[in-house]
Each structure stands twice: as C-alpha cells, then as structure tokens.
Write a protein that binds this ligand. Structure first.
Ligand SMILES: N[C@@H](CCC(=O)N[C@@H](CS)C(=O)NCC(=O)O)C(=O)O
Length: 160
C-alpha cells in the first residue's frame, strides 16, 4: 500500500495542487477519489468535516494549505530557507484569493449578481491579480516565484 493516501472528490478543486505536488515529487500515493454518495457517511469521521484529507504513515492531515505546506517541506519544494518558504507561501495565499473570486462567482445563483461578479472579475480583479503576480515574478528573477532554482519538472504534465 502506498505510504501516502490523498482523499478528495473526483475533481480538481482543492485537491489538484496537492496532486500536482505529488506528481512533481514523483511520490507513490493512492489517489482516492470519492463521489458525494461515498462522502456522506465519511464526513463525520474526518477532522473538520471537509476534504481533502491526506494520510501519511498513518497520520491523518486535513486543510489543503496545511497539506500543501507539509508536502512542500517533505519533498523540498518549499524554496530555500525561511524566506524562500515565505515567498512560496505568499503565492499559495495569492492563488487562494483568485480561487475564492471564481468560486464565489460560480456559486452565486442570482443571475444579475453573478453577471456583476463576473464582470468585476474580468475587468478589475483578474488584471490586478495578474499584474501583481507578474511584478512578483519579475522581482524574484522572472522564472520562479521562490528561490529561482531549477527543479525536476521534466515529464510532469499535470494530472487528469
Ligand atoms: N479549509 C478547508 C476547506 C475544504 C473544503 O471546503 N472542502 C470542500 C470541497 S472543496 C468539502 O469538503 N465539501 C464537502 C462538504 O463540506 O461536505 C481546506 O482548505 O481544506
């Protein structure tokens, strides 16, 4: 049995960054994808009633940010030193802001409100978010958001 088991839904959502990190690290892991029927009885057994959860050597971890930071440290993807780690972590938090805008828009039911949110996203939020990301990337040398070092990404094309 692989030493790492990731449990999430069969979608990208909050699981995909974790899957990508495990792919980059070439880690042996079980990609346990649940449908909502399978999830219902499991919900109360999880630490915070949410997915993703990840089991590592029998230890159960919850919270996507925690799992991402754990894997970053475990597989040396966290950047160089404390400052390199903080630079990588800044981008994780920045991406969370982006996801939140999209999710809030996608799950808004009122069509007029959804339209307003989508327009604001396209006209204001996304350009500002991208400009800030670009500024940050240039500040760090133009290739990596943290530590400017080559990693073994060859052959990693993402997850299905
Ligand atoms: N703060 C948590 C939130 C996790 C979360 O919202 N998970 C959603 C899927 S993305 C979930 O488990 N939904 C099912 C439910 O709440 O029953 C994290 O970042 O891991």
């Amino acid at each position: 049995m692989p030493p790492i088991k990731l449990t999430y839904f069969n979608l990208q959502g909050k699981g995909e960054t974790i899957r990508l990190m495990l792919a980059v690290a070439k880690a042996d892991y079980e990609d346990n994808r649940l449908d909502f029927q399978q999830w219902a009885p499991l919900r109360e057994t999880t630490p915070f009633g949410h997915l993703p959860i990840m089991t590592v050597d029998g230890e159960e971890l919850a919270e996507s940010g925690t799992i991402i930071r754990f894997l970053a440290r475990k597989f040396d993807l966290a950047g160089d030193g404390e400052v390199g780690f903080a630079h990588a972590d800044m981008i994780l938090e920045h991406v969370k802001d982006y996801r939140k805008e999209i999710i809030d828009t996608a799950f808004t039911e009122d069509v007029g409100e959804k339209q307003k949110l989508a327009e604001n996203f396209i006209k204001n939020f996304a350009p500002a978010w991208l400009a800030a990301s670009e500024r940050m990337l240039i500040l760090r040398g133009g290739q990596w958001f943290s530590s400017n070092r080559e990693k073994a990404f060859e052959g990693v094309t993402g997850c299905d």
